[in-house]
Design a protein around this ligand. Sequence first.
Ligand code: BTN
Length: 237
Amino acid sequence: MNSTNEVAKELIEEKNQIGFVIFAETQLAGKGQGKKVWESPYGGLWISLAIRPQIDLSMLGITPIISAVGIARTLEHFNINVMLKWPNDILIKHNLKKIGGILVETKVTRHFLNYLIIGIGLNINNTLDQYSIALQDHITTVYEEFNKEINLTTLLHEIIHQIEESFETLRSDGAQPLLKEWKQVDNILGMNLTIQTLEKVYQGKAIDISPYGQLILEVKDVGKVTISSGTVILPTK
Ligand code: BTN
């Protein structure tokens, strides 16, 4: 399979399906944020959840955040402590190396949410030598860190359950409880950093995440800037 997100999109658009999960053992053309290639060797969890939640369109930006919170909760159940880097990176807590990411794709037609595809990639039972040399310094896998294997089907079920819980909380109590959870495992709030967006580069202090999932940056001589998407570049020590 090329990309679970792409297969999900085809099933929705050509076969009118919704409310399903696609699981791939490996992807030939996995997609990451910013049109990057997402390496997806055997042993990882490569999935897409295709849903049409009853949420206000203004809430779309919070969906990667609440999905990440559900994933963090799941991994903690497996005794894997992680931290979250806005907007969609999942890092191993003890060395802050990336073990996963989320790619949410949506389609809105005339103010109606057609679909939400939550693509999740987690490096689980893989070894580092399955990845390109260029990536090996920046990422890690659960197996490399903890020397244990996780049953991918069990993990998949738990992730679905926890993401459903997150959406349920969003519906019943709004974004605040989920943002509170995010902040307990957040890796960038309070830091001075650089953010590369499609339009420009910002430098400032990350001070908060809005109820719509945007990062709020305090920029010198400018004030608060609200950023919807971008790549966070942390200062090197
Ligand atoms: C990121 O850049 O951090 C997001 C990576 C998301 C990768 C997952 S793997 C399953 C799904 N299918 C894809 O093609 N991409 C996502």
